[in-house]
Design a protein around this ligand. Structure first.
Ligand SMILES: [Zn+2]
Length: 461
């Protein structure tokens, strides 16, 4: 275990360190998280139901939107909620959040929840929503950020490089930005190394050049960026000798990307599942490639089409309830993603398992019969596809029920034989004689949230 270097705020004391009040609160939460991860699933659920009881009581009193909606909910003698009552509550959609406007915000907060701040999130659905958060919620956010560092044994004295959406014109090539620490979540408590950042909109060659010059210990970015960078580095013989681990956020991770990351740089990839409006949803298990729900901060339900919880092995809609954001409670919010429920983890943690995060409904293929399918693009599939022609980037877009547009960025003009072969691949892969149209682009654009999607359905269902 790497030694953690804590900052002391008391004059004349460096060891053991006594951090400033916010740092001390963060450590107090972390101390409990260290223990609660080993609690049984039943115990975790019982604790969640008690915390939800407090959230619901606040929402009924202080948040106009919930006054009628939560009326019938009964609280038990310990102030907790009953699970069967909970399952009858309606699910909250993104459209409802948009329509509710200010009525979803709390009229007043318990004073020790701190001041509030707001963010806007567009998601990938093009429906922007405003989310108000409290300082207390930010404390929990920080605790899960640090838990991820601890779970994956990061040496916080190392250098962290981040390639993500930074706002137009910010963190530009060739220098990007530099900070003396890893940011607000860990710096109040830990003596971290420096961090550097580059805007995600920079070109691939610029990103690779910047990384080579920075030679960081850790790289945090989107899976699609890792994938392309790893391919580029493999092809160009670019090594990152200092790199120890890659962390990914914000998009669906394909298994092929993990393998490519090892091949290119000889390091593991650690993925996480977060959302700006909901916080940390699940972190990768320290010992396996699946995810543990962060139950101390959020209730995660995976529901089938009839609203019943899915058993292990089934895929369903992800519905979340952050437990601590009293400023704007999101109660049973359908976040728009689909995930597969996993069984208990052999690592011994009681935190529920999500085996795979599958992405959004708009990333599902709609068959002409009306059936919807996940177009799982395995590494074997994609290596066959990429062997056909010099393809630099691709996106499959279902533009009509019977039509798939294959959007391509290519190294040279393709031959008619290669085009025919690609069409055949699409028909075989997606299991229907779709009308496959090829289109050529200088670049495949990202969504407003900076996400890259390799399959998108533009068919309304
Ligand atoms: Zn585990």
């Amino acid at each position: 275990m790497t030694e953690l270097l804590l900052k002391s705020s008391v004059d004349g004391v460096c060891w053991p360190a006594v951090p400033e009040p916010r740092g001390s609160a963060l450590l107090a939460v972390l101390f409990q998280l260290e223990q609660s991860q080993w609690c049984s699933a039943e115990r975790l659920l019982e604790r969640q139901m008690r915390q939800l009881g407090l959230l619901v009581a606040h929402a009924r009193r202080r948040v106009p939107f919930y006054r009628g909606r939560l009326k019938g909910l009964r609280l038990g003698p310990d102030g907790g909620l009953r699970r069967d009552d909970w399952l009858r509550l309606p699910v909250l959609s993104r459209a409802e959040i948009q329509a509710a406007g200010d009525t979803l915000s709390s009229g007043s907060l318990p004073p020790n929840h701190g001041r509030t701040s707001e963010i806007f999130t567009s998601g990938s659905t093009g429906r922007p929503i405003r989310v108000v958060r409290s300082q207390l919620w930010e404390l929990l956010w920080s605790a899960f950020t640090v838990r991820d560092h601890l779970w994956h044994r990061r040496d916080m004295s190392g250098k962290l490089a981040v390639i993500r959406e930074s706002g137009a014109g910010k963190a530009p090539y060739p220098d990007g930005t530099a900070a003396p620490n890893w940011g607000g979540s860990s710096s109040p408590v830990f003596d971290t190394g420096p961090s550097v950042g580059l805007n995600i909109t920079c070109g691939l060659e610029q990103q690779a050049d910047w990384l080579r010059r920075q030679d960081p210990d850790y790289l945090l970015t989107h899976p699609s960026i890792v994938h392309r960078l790893a391919e580029h580095c493999l092809g160009g013989g670019i090594r990152l000798p200092g790199l120890r681990q890659v962390e990914t956020i914000s998009e669906v991770l394909r298994p092929a990307t993990r393998a490519l990351c090892r091949q290119a740089w000889g390091v593991p990839l650690v993925d996480m599942y977060t959302a700006r409006e909901a916080g940390y949803i699940a972190l990768q298990c320290p010992e396996h490639e699946h995810y543990h729900v962060q139950s101390e901060g959020i209730l995660v339900e995976v529901l089938d089409e009839t609203g019943r919880p899915c058993p292990p092995g089934e895929v369903g809609r992800v519905v979340v309830t952050p437990l601590h954001n009293f400023a704007m409670p999101l109660i049973r919010y359908e976040i728009g993603d689909y995930a597969e429920v996993g069984g208990p983890c052999p690592c011994g943690r009681g935190l529920p398992v999500l085996r795979r995060i599958l992405g959004r409904k708009q990333n599902m293929l709609v068959m002409p019969s009306g059936e919807e399918r996940w177009p799982l693009l395995s590494s074997e599939d994609m290596s066959r596809f990429l062997a056909v022609a010099p393809i630099r980037q691709y996106q499959f877009a279902q533009t009509a029920l019977e039509t798939i547009e294959l959007r391509l960025v290519v190294g040279r003009v393709l031959t008619p034989a290669e085009e025919t072969e690609l069409r055949r691949w699409v028909v075989d892969k997606f299991g229907h004689p779709f009308d496959v149209r090829l289109s050529y682009h200088a670049e495949i654009p990202r969504t407003a949230a900076g996400k890259y999607q390799d399959f998108v359905s533009e068919v309304a269902t």
